[in-house]
Write a protein that binds this ligand. Structure first.
Ligand code: WT7
Length: 647
């Protein structure tokens, strides 16, 4: 496909916060004088005690450390709420759209949100939660989820949100890892007309978590759920008893704000830790410039708060910037494939930020679902979570945005806290499929497998050579793992785990993960995690998981499974294993293909040759490379001869 370039539309070049010349000037200053740039930029935050030091960071083993604005103090909830009360207290902060369009939307003003947050902060205090304690949040996409996050931030408790689609096992692991003694949940969630038994899941998880003392249960559907006396309390009841006055806790810039678990190349999810000051600056400045955001505009990020996108771009970034942020409980195709665009029309959404996997699914349903809606308020579109293929990009641009809305394809990670590489709508000519250029303060570089820098156009491993304020600070409970995972592969740099190409114009094209992580519908899955779920099944001896191309999900899950001796693998077992993995991790980990094999390709030292399995998963078997070092090369012939017929 010939590369198309979409120049900045004239109205955007004129009216945007940043044009091409300003982008270059600001980016240059941000890397040549990071201290000056960030000292100025951080004034966007209301500090309680101003910082005097800006940046103390090193990626080298000898003096490794990452601190930003370290001696300043602030409170994020005060920056997201209190500071707006005078100027925009009656403006809607959260516009909530329920799963069922027949149910009533909720409009919560900054003043109301402030009161709700203070009240719930007092609830947490009354249950003994103190600064630094961990609060696990397992809630659906309801405003109370945002209230809970902000209430934690207000009293200095560290929230750990677990996506409400995760299984009881996954929830239990995350509660235990951060020693959380309180869990916030709902009776049931509601998504696409289906009920999700959240409280039942919590009860099952807590069988493994004896330290949990309190469960606060929000009534969402009103389903009868068992309440354990002394442990479980009703959200509305305990909130009603509290006052709406709660002074924000003075937090050090480097005090922890939240933990969010994410998958890596080993079996156990990592608790990514973000701190208060740098994250606040990063979430708010990226939200402002990437979306060219002006206070009062109606903005919608369609991500779930269970992922980092929901943290930074549904809740924290937009609220710090005085936005009206849409929160959507439902799914793109319920009741039908017009749902997103009907919500856009209902609320007059100007900026829409979504995931390629949803766009691909909607694209397949045909243009009519889109074109029957108006969408005249849309000015800007965003994409996040995985590479957007040029076909989906063109459809998004032409059909959804009617050619008038720039698309910001934002590359970033849970670890980066906010957007790292993205167009700025008034500054960057767009190329479909490219995340284009670095944000202020971001210094990307490409290196080859040996760590040798690649200059100019080329292909390599994407690293970041210097710190930025929104960077994660540690892996919860395992600082050594933090260093080993991100800073030891290419010493002196942060390794992203992504492969990337840079073109002649200096544009970045993310090519996907180069570690044992796959990206399924924009959700990150460690292959090792799925493997350990499979081998936990009594009939499974060994398993290896790789990604496979998938039209809608981007990548699907391809599992090779060896059963125990005396177990005859059959269709019933295949189905059982699919259900098993769903139960162990959650529906997002549902394997697309399970191939039974009497043996996996291993070297003589017993290491599985994943390279070969990846090629089979990708259906690229014409050249499997050197197989002579395999202990038993005939294993590969068996795998090739018995590939399941794919739809
Ligand atoms: C991985 C991070 C970004 C927050 C949500 C996902 C992939 C993310 C893009 C993009 C190509 C992308 C990368 C990255 N990714 N955005 N615009 N283009 N790839 O956060 O779960 O931490 O996943 O998602 O592979 O490393 P995450």
């Amino acid at each position: 496909m010939a590369e198309t370039v979409y120049p900045v539309p004239a109205n955007w070049a004129q009216d945007a916060l940043v044009d091409e010349a300003a982008y270059h000037a600001m980016h240059r200053r941000s890397v040549e004088d990071p201290v000056g740039f960030w000292r100025d930029a951080a004034q966007r935050i209301d500090w309680i005690k101003p910082f005097t030091t800006v940046k103390q960071t090193s990626f080298n083993e000898a003096d490794f450390g990452i601190e930003w604005f370290a001696d300043g103090t602030l409170n994020l909830s005060a920056n997201a709420l209190d500071r707006h009360l005078e100027t925009r207290g009656d403006q809607v902060a959260i516009l909530w759209e329920p799963d069922d369009p027949a149910d009533a939307a909720r409009r919560i003003t900054y003043r109301e949100l402030h009161a709700d947050v203070c009240r719930f902060a007092n609830v947490l205090k009354s249950r003994g939660v103190q600064k630094g304690d961990r609060v696990t949040i397992y809630l659906p996409m309801v405003p109370e989820a945002a209230v809970a996050m902000l209430a934690c931030a207000r009293i200095g408790a560290i929230h750990s949100i677990v996506f409400a689609g995760f299984s009881p096992e996954a929830l239990a692991g995350r509660i235990t890892d951060c020693d959380s003694t309180i869990v916030l949940t709902a009776d049931e969630g509601l998504r696409g007309g289906k009920k999700v038994p959240l409280k039942d899941n919590v009860d099952e998880a807590l069988g493994h978590c004896p330290a949990v003392e309190t469960v606060i249960v929000l009534r969402r559907t009103g389903a009868a759920v068992p309440m354990v006396p002394g442990r479980d309390v009703d959200w509305a009841e305990v909130a009603a008893a509290q006052s709406t006055v709660c002074e924000p806790e003075e937090m050090g810039a480097e005090d922890p704000l939240f933990i969010l678990y994410t998958s890596g190349s080993t079996g156990k999810p990592k608790g990514v830790l973000h701190t208060t000051g740098g994250y606040s600056v990063w979430a708010s400045i990226t939200h402002q410039y990437v979306f060219d955001y002006r206070p009062g505009q109606i903005y919608w990020c369609a991500a779930d708060i269970g992922w980092v996108t929901g943290h930074s771009y549904v809740v924290y970034g937009p609220l710090m910037n005085g936005a009206t942020t849409v929160m959507f409980e439902g799914v793109p195709n319920y009741p039908d494939a017009s749902r997103f665009w009907q919500v856009v029309d209902k609320f007059g959404v100007e900026i829409f930020y979504g995931a390629p996997t949803a766009l691909r699914a909607l694209m397949r349903e045909g243009d009519e679902w889109v074109t029957r809606t108006s969408r005249k308020t849309l000015r800007l579109l965003g994409s996040v979570g995985e590479p957007i293929n040029p076909e989906a990009w063109e459809w998004y641009h032409k059909v959804v945005g009617e050619g008038r809305c720039p698309i910001v394809d934002t590359w970033w990670q849970t670890e980066t806290g906010g957007v790292m590489i993205s167009p700025l709508p008034g500054a960057t000519a767009l190329k479909p499929g490219s995340a284009t250029r670095p944000f202020f303060g971001v210094q990307p570089a490409l290196v080859d497998n040996e760590g040798v820098p690649i200059e100019g156009a080329g292909d390599g491993c994407l690293v970041i050579t210097d710190s930025w304020p929104g960077q994660m600070r540690t892996v919860w409970g395992d600082h050594e793992r933090f260093f080993q995972t991100y800073f030891s592969t290419f010493p002196g740099t942060y390794f992203t785990g992504d492969g990337c190409r840079r073109d002649e114009d200096g544009y970045y094209w993310i090519t996907g993960r180069i570690d044992d992580v796959i990206n399924v519908s924009g959700h990150r899955m460690g292959t090792a995690e799925i493997e350990s779920a499979l081998v936990a099944h009594a009939k499974v001896a060994e398993a290896a998981v790789v990604g496979m191309p998938h039209d809608i999900k981007g990548q699907g899950i391809y599992a090779f499974v060896t059963t125990n001796a005396n177990v005859e693998p059959d269709e019933a077992l295949r189905r059982e294993l699919v259900q098993w993995v769903r139960h162990e991790i959650g529906p997002i980990a549902t394997p697309d293909v399970i191939q039974f094999a009497p043996g996996l390709p291993k070297t003589r030292s017993g290491k599985i040759m994943r390279r070969i399995l990846r090629k089979i998963g990708e259906n690229d078997v014409s050249n499997l490379g050197d197989t002579s070092t395999l202990a038993d090369p005939s294993v590969v012939d068996h795998l090739l001869a018995n590939r399941p017929q794919l739809a």
